[in-house]
Design a protein around this ligand. Structure first.
Ligand code: HAM
Length: 430
């Protein structure tokens, strides 16, 4: 009996569609183009980390750590976690390799898979990918603005439209503590209207009740105290400076006093970029300041700010036209006998070097079956050479796009035309 077919894991996707692959590469290239000149160095941290890293940073009472983390025991009974996000690993690496050598500044860019055991739905996966950046070394409000401006520039570079920036300040650690108390007291008063989760959150993590999506909770927390009323003068000034810098650079934003984010390490500026095209999971990117985390993870007191975007969500709103024309022309070489194959084989390297995507046909024996393969391969051009053509010193150049058509071209000239002047390929006579 045949074994049961093994299929991919729920909530984890294969990336293979050519247009999606091209979009993916385009976004990665754009991120490097925008962040490298701003002094960001790429960093790659492992997928597996000590589970305690996320418990201590993202927070033990957050959904991510409490319900969504993929954890495992290694053969030494050591508890590891597949990273649910990229900030804590970068901070860990920064403390290990930089602050330990008295380097207390740095800018890092990262890209890679993250894992959260969430209920899969549109825009929500269990393995998803982030591009993120972190800046260590200063609490200056202009850095917050710079971070946001760079994201804005990336979206502009990609031609993304309709993405909104939501902004809030959570104040300092002290402000936060006071606000938490005020909020917990308020939630206590409306307890009976809250869902079970939120009722449990009152003591553990009252902030989460503010972005509970259940209609009853949204209604009950309408009159809840706001962060903006609990900011110290210093935090208020910091936030005002961030807003002024964004306004000066014509970056539109909406103040959203209920924006609290789902990770515990934030303070002061937090932000989210959302898109109306995305449905319920509408955040394309999010981030904020975390001035205490480096210290909490064993380093010196180095303030920091960062962000991460969700690749799959970004791709979903990046129109296919964004990558139209990005692909190299595809040229398929068809020899009709061994000698023609040999002749064409010599042309693979120079043609590829000229920028085309080129394959020589190795399957099928009849011209008909070779052409079928060329079709399936989605060739733009097919070059056919057989004994007759070799004798005449020509090749047949067949245009596979649209109406098509073919012509006989002197062999030497064909490769000069196809190879040396690739941009003119589209203008070759049909
Ligand atoms: P986050 O808001 O949890 O922040 O995730 C950032 C982005 O990752 C989200 O805006 C979303 O686009 C994407 N994302 C999150 N979860 C999923 C999922 N299950 N499926 C698909 N996409 C998802 C962070 O992770 C912080 N580390 C960002 C940061 C960096 N803050 C400071 N520095």
């Amino acid at each position: 009996m045949a074994e049961k077919k093994i299929v991919g894991v729920k909530g984890m996707e294969d990336l293979f569609h050519p247009v999606e692959v091209r979009k993916w590469l385009k976004v990665e290239r754009a991120a490097r183009r925008v962040f490298a000149p701003a002094g960001f160095r790429e960093i790659r941290t492992p997928i597996l980390e000590d589970a305690a890293l996320f418990e201590r940073s993202v927070g033990e009472t957050t959904e991510i750590v409490e319900k969504e983390m993929y954890t495992l025991l290694d053969r030494n009974e050591h508890k590891l976690a597949m990273r649910p996000e990229g900030t804590a690993p970068v901070v860990r690496a920064f403390v290990e390799h930089f602050t330990s050598h008295n380097v207390n500044e740095g800018r890092f860019l990262y890209m890679g898979p993250m894992f959260r055991y969430e209920r899969p739905q549109k825009g929500r996966l269990r393995q998803f990918h982030q591009i993120g950046a972190e800046i260590f070394g200063s609490d200056h409000p202009l850095l917050d603005a710079e971070m946001i401006l760079l994201i804005h520039q990336l979206f502009e570079d990609l031609g993304l439209e309709g993405v909104q920036l939501n902004l809030n300040s959570l104040g300092s650690k002290e402000d936060r503590k006071k606000y938490r108390q005020a909020l917990a007291a308020f939630l206590d008063g409306v307890q009976e209207k809250l869902c079970d989760d939120c009722r449990r959150r009152i003591q553990r993590n009252p902030l989460r009740a503010l972005d509970c999506k259940k209609p009853g909770c949204a209604e009950a927390t309408k009159g809840a105290p706001l962060y903006s009323d609990h900011l110290s003068p210093e935090s208020r000034e910091h936030f005002a400076a961030v807003q002024a810098a964004l306004a000066a650079h014509d970056v539109p934003f909406t103040l959203n006093p209920r924006l609290v984010r789902g990770l515990d390490y934030y303070e002061k500026t937090v932000f989210e970029f959302t898109s109306g095209e995305l449905g319920a999971q509408n955040a394309v990117a999010g981030g904020g300041r975390y001035n205490d985390l480096v210290h909490e993870l064993g380093g010196p007191a180095v303030p920091a700010i960062g962000f991460a975007l969700g690749m799959e969500r970004l791709l979903a709103i990046l129109p296919a036209q964004a990558v139209a024309g990005d692909e190299a022309p595809r040229v398929y070489l068809v020899g009709l006998d061994a000698e023609s194959d040999r002749l064409l084989f010599e042309q693979l390297k120079p043609l590829r070097e000229s920028g085309a995507t080129v394959e020589l046909d190795f399957g099928g024996s009849s011209l008909k079956s070779k052409m079928r393969r060329a079709d399936r391969w989605q060739a733009d051009w097919v070059v056919i050479v057989g004994e007759d053509e070799r004798k005449k010193g020509v090749a047949i150049l067949r245009d596979m796009r649209g109406e098509g058509g073919q012509e006989e071209v002197p062999f030497s000239e064909l490769f000069i035309r196809l190879g040396a002047r690739f941009p003119t390929l589209h203008y070759l006579p049909r």
